[in-house]
Design a protein around this ligand. Structure first.
Ligand SMILES: C[S@@+](CC[C@H](N)C(=O)[O-])C[C@H]1O[C@@H](n2cnc3c(N)ncnc32)[C@H](O)[C@@H]1O
Length: 245
């Protein structure tokens, strides 16, 4: 059974600890990008969480549905103004089906890597494709694996070292592509921690998963502002399309 890392404690602090991702210059372009792709159609968010993206997208007039495995995260969403317009379902986005046909399915903030096996990630693409109408798109925002930054022979890479936050990746399985992300926050003399496993995945492997699900790569950018994607990009926003026929 999938372990729920976004439990009560994590959910209660999620918006605060993700404050960077709420900055208008970060969230605005993401919502613009997704609203443009949804057009007059409906959108489905996999891992909708507390509604960081779903709520502003819904405010733009897009009908938004969401799936999330964490009841505490959905509970945070339900408390917010505008949540009544989001059709939220509790379940695993690799397998859960919801009613409706969607112009857009999307999975942001690295959440594809929460699925820690290749089989689950493949199933996720198949589930996205099954919800899309012909010509509809599946969008993923995810980091590019940072193995080039792990020194030879080592398994740990620090990605954030500040007085109030230490974050590092611990590579535990180079074959199954698993690393743990460890976070330590200090605020008001209190220490909080979060550790969870992730399956890092290469853009080319995602393209193959898309192809298995009948989707074709349409666009790949380094970010929501459509920055060019290059071999040095550390993240990508990819759009796969379901054939219009
Ligand atoms: C990093 S948060 C992102 C939340 C939201 N999309 C955002 O951008 O703020 C990841 C979310 O995905 C959910 N999640 C992780 N694995 C899942 C799965 N297999 N099925 C459904 N939801 C999942 C978590 O519960 C959490 O709410």
């Amino acid at each position: 059974m999938t372990k729920i890392h976004f439990d009560q404690q994590v959910a209660a602090r999620y918006d605060e600890t993700s404050a960077d991702k709420y900055r208008p210059e970060v969230l605005g372009p993401a919502v613009d990008f997704l609203a443009e792709l949804a057009g007059k159609g409906a959108a489905l968010e996999f891992g909708v969480g507390t509604g960081r993206v779903a709520l502003p997208l819904s405010e733009r007039g897009v009908r938004v549905s969401g799936i999330d495995i964490s009841e505490p995260m959905l509970e945070q969403l339900r408390r917010k103004p505008g949540a009544e317009k989001i059709a939220a379902t509790a379940g695993d986005f690799a397998t859960t089906r919801v009613d409706g046909r969607f112009r857009l399915a999307y999975l942001v903030f690295n959440t594809i890597t929460n699925l820690t096996t290749q089989d689950e990630q493949v199933a996720c693409f198949q589930n996205a494709a099954a919800h899309l109408e012909p010509g509809g798109c599946f969008v993923i925002e995810v980091y590019v694996p940072q193995l080039r930054r792990v020194p030879p022979g080592e398994r740990v890479r620090v990605f954030d070292a500040q007085p109030t936050h230490l974050g590092f990746e611990e590579y535990t399985d180079f074959v199954r592509q698993i690393h743990y992300s460890h976070h330590y926050w200090v605020s008001e003399g209190e220490l909080r921690t979060f550790s969870a496993p992730f399956r890092y995945v290469w853009p080319a492997e995602l393209d193959l998963m898309a192809r298995l699900a009948g989707l074709t790569l349409r666009e790949r950018w380094a970010g929501w502002n459509r920055e060019p994607f290059t071999e040095d990009s550390d993240a990508h926003v990819s759009v796969w399309e379901k054939s219009a026929r």
